[in-house]
Structures are given as C-alpha cells and as structure tokens.
Design a protein around this ligand. Sequence first.
Ligand SMILES: Cc1cc2nc3c(=O)[nH]c(=O)nc-3n(C[C@H](O)[C@H](O)[C@H](O)COP(=O)(O)OP(=O)(O)OC[C@H]3O[C@@H](n4cnc5c(N)ncnc54)[C@H](O)[C@@H]3O)c2cc1C
Length: 474
Amino acid sequence: MNEFDLIVIGAGPAGVQAALAASSSGLAVALFDENAQAGGQVYRAPHGGIPAHGEADRQAGDALRHALAASLVRVFAAHSVWAVTGDYRVDAVGPDGPLHCTARALIVATGTTERVVPFDGWTTPGVIGLAAATILLKAQGVLPGRTTLVAGCGPLLAAVAGKTIAGGGEVVAIADLASSADWLRTLPALVTRPDLLAQGIAWWRAIRRAGTPRYARHTLERVEPVGERLRATLAPCDASGRPVAGARRTVDVDCVAVGHGLVPSTEITRLLRARHRYERAAGGWIADIDRDGRTSRERLYVCGDGAGIAGAAAAAAHGTLAGLACARDLGANPSGVSDAALASARAAHERDARFGRAMARLMALREGHVQGIGPDTTVCRCEDVTRADIEAACEAGAQDANQLKAWTRCGMGPCQGRSCGDVAAELLTHCVPGKTREDVGAWSARTPLRPVSVAALTGTYTYDDIPIPKAAPL
Ligand SMILES: Cc1cc2nc3c(=O)[nH]c(=O)nc-3n(C[C@H](O)[C@H](O)[C@H](O)COP(=O)(O)OP(=O)(O)OC[C@H]3O[C@@H](n4cnc5c(N)ncnc54)[C@H](O)[C@@H]3O)c2cc1C
C-alpha cells in the first residue's frame, strides 16, 4: 500500500504543475498518467527519432518533464486509473500489474475528449479526429494523409493544417464552421497572449502560402469511399452549424481530419458525486469549483481543461493554483502557502484563461449542427446506435441520459460514452419537450473508468494454486 498526502490524476500541463506546486509546498505527492511520459495531449512526448513538427510544444514538454524528474513527485507513468473511491483510494493498472494508493486529497487533471458531431460516413476508415491527428503528428511523426481535408472548428484546424503542411503533406481544403467575423470577435482576448497569437498567425500564413482554400461557414456533410480514396462533400451552413441550401463542394483526399471541439473529462468527479453544472461554452458538463479548483467535496480538486476548456497555458496556471490551494488546505508546511503566492497564481490563470475561453467558444457545440445529423447516421459507434434509435427510445419514454443508455445501450461500449455522450444527450434534449441539457443530465459514471482486462487485475496464476475451501458442514 502506498500512502500519500495527495494523488494527482493526469500528467498534462495542469496535473504536472499541480503536483509540482503541492510537492514544493511540502506534500507527499503521487502523479498518475496512462501515457508513458508526462506532457498530456499538448506536450505529448515523441517516440524516438521522430522529427518535430512543433518545436515550441516539444521544448515546453521537455521542460515540464525535466522539472518533474528533478522534483520529489512520485510519478506512476503508463498507469491507467480505473477506479477511485470516496476515501481517495486510487486503483490503477500499469506495466507491473495492478496497484493501489491512498491519499488525503485528490486532484483530478484528466483533460478532455475530442467531440465529433456525426455525419454520414464518419466511421469510414481514413476519417480521424482533428485532435487525434495532432497525436499522429507529434508522437508518431506521421502525416494524417498525403492529401488531407481538415474540417470542423476551433484552433486545432490551423494547428493540424499548419503542421501537416510543415511536415510535407498537402492540405486540400479547410472547412470551418466559423465565419471570419467569428474569429475577429476573439481578437481582444487573443492579444492577451501575443506569443500564442503569433503562433496562430504563423500557421495561417503557412496555410495561405501553400494555397490551401478555407471555406468559412461550411460543414462536412458526407464522406464516402471512392476506390482507395475518400470523397468528402462540404455544405454551406448557418451560424448554428445547420446545413443550408447552396452549392455543395466535393474534394477527394486520402484522409479527413475532423473535430468539433473538446468535452471535459468529468468521469472521476461524477463518480465521486461532486456537484456539476452544464456550461456549453466551457465544453459541456463541468464540476462546480471555486476559483482555486475546490469542488463541492472536501479535499477534491479539479484543474485544467477537465474543469472547462481554456487551453494549455491556462491549464498549467490552473494546476499551480489547485496544487497551492490543496497544500494550504492540508496545512502542508509550517510557513504555509502565502496569500501572495495564491494571488499571483490566480492572476496568471485569469489572464491565460481569457485567451483559452475565447478559443473554447469557437468550439462550443452548435445546436443546428446536431440537428443536421441524418436519421440513419450512427451516433454511438461502439454499440451501433443511430439518431433514429435515440428518437425511438425517446418516443417510448426515455427522458434522461441514463434511461437512454438503458433503452439503447448508447454509451455502454468500450469508450463508456466519452465519444457519443454529449451529442446523444443533445439529441435527446431536442426530443423531449420542455427539457434542458441540465434536465437530461449525463450518464452516471461507472468503474472501470478505463477498459481493463481481468487478467491484468488478477496477474498470472495456475488453477491448482487456488485454495479450495472445505465444504461447509451439513
Ligand atoms: C487528443 C487531443 C489532442 C490535443 N492536441 C492539442 C494540441 O496539439 N495543441 C493544443 O493546444 N491543444 C491540444 N489539445 C487540447 C489540450 O488537451 C489542452 O488544452 C491541454 O493539454 C489541457 O491540459 P490538461 O492538463 O488539462 O489535460 P491533458 O493535457 O489532456 O492531460 C490529461 C492527462 O490525463 C491523463 N488521463 C486521463 N484519464 C486518465 C486515467 N483514467 N488514468 C490515467 N491517466 C489519465 C491523460 O492521459 C492525459 O495525459 C488536445 C486535446 C486532445 C483531446
């Protein structure tokens, strides 16, 4: 048994900074992540020999990993956390099998899941998530395709297109749900981080130099295989993302990278029954937290994008804040955490969050976009549940997310609803008159939080070694 003052789950920028702040304030800290190295999604460590298509991210990730290595934080890398209990016992499976630790406090820094609003053909091989494309580019050094269509919304459009072009790939077109005016409206918030703004401008310049057309206010209507390639149909759409009348465009490519924003990962805080609220601009359901990351449950904190989408810079600042707040609450060291340290962490977080929240608004789920999903389109790809299945369940009486799950098995597959949950709940909300997303709710979180094999939990054994209890006396 490993006992700590604090366990942090998730070693992205938020989790690492939380662990470092708490550790340097005197707490004994354990940090878990399912990836082999810290860095999270944005500072993902590349595998050996991979050329870097984003030097700044690579350098930031290396700095974060060095700081962690030089600290007293006990890092459990390559450990998937599959259960957490109310007394802050954390169960994980790693390379050496199962492991459990306990702590006086828990910081959840588990980031987000990518959202893809389904369209005809979205499960065709060769169609991948925008955020998934960043993993290919960063960790594997692989282009998503020789010729790629980049579609969806938000800053990852430019990041994926820019990095693909820098890596020698061709981006045939960019289909953006947002208009140019939508982007311009974010400008006052973007100037608060000139370095990040400059990075975005550099990507858009590279895209323009490559001659890649950007179709503003366009949605991806359909993808179909044509020989060994994919034919994608783009449709003009209104501000809500609903396809409208007008000329359709088709492009032939060998990869479609599409993403419609990010959804905060709230499984652990929902499992622990912390209070949550629905906030569309922040990505959906989020834990109700105070300005330092404290949830409604004692000694349970959330930080980073899992607390509401605000980007990597804000995630790091939020992590520092939650780590300091936790150290103060636990009475970490005799001198304590100063008011000045907390005030400066709050100011840093507020500044960086302005930038990130402006980006997050561009990625918020659009009502008309969801309404454009066809009746026969698969919504839950694990269990093959279509929009028509969801509406049939609603007509038969399903009123909330958990009833929908029980009726249709939507969200019961290996991803446990992480991919489909947001869109399925939105569709149900539209079917039930007078209901809001708050009324429809979210699936109840369940263990295992990550797919885990029974063999990984039991280890290897032979049947002969299992003690057979004596028969009970009659
Ligand atoms: C696939 C993906 C790619 C992205 N790429 C980019 C990008 O290139 N550029 C960019 O600016 N933003 C990117 N984002 C957004 C980005 O995640 C954030 O802005 C930033 O990384 C948030 O930091 P964080 O620390 O809150 O979360 P993250 O960086 O997401 O870190 C969370 C960590 O928690 C771990 N974790 C979650 N659940 C468990 C569990 N049960 N057990 C163990 N570990 C767990 C994850 O493995 C992850 O390492 C991406 C998002 C996604 C989903």
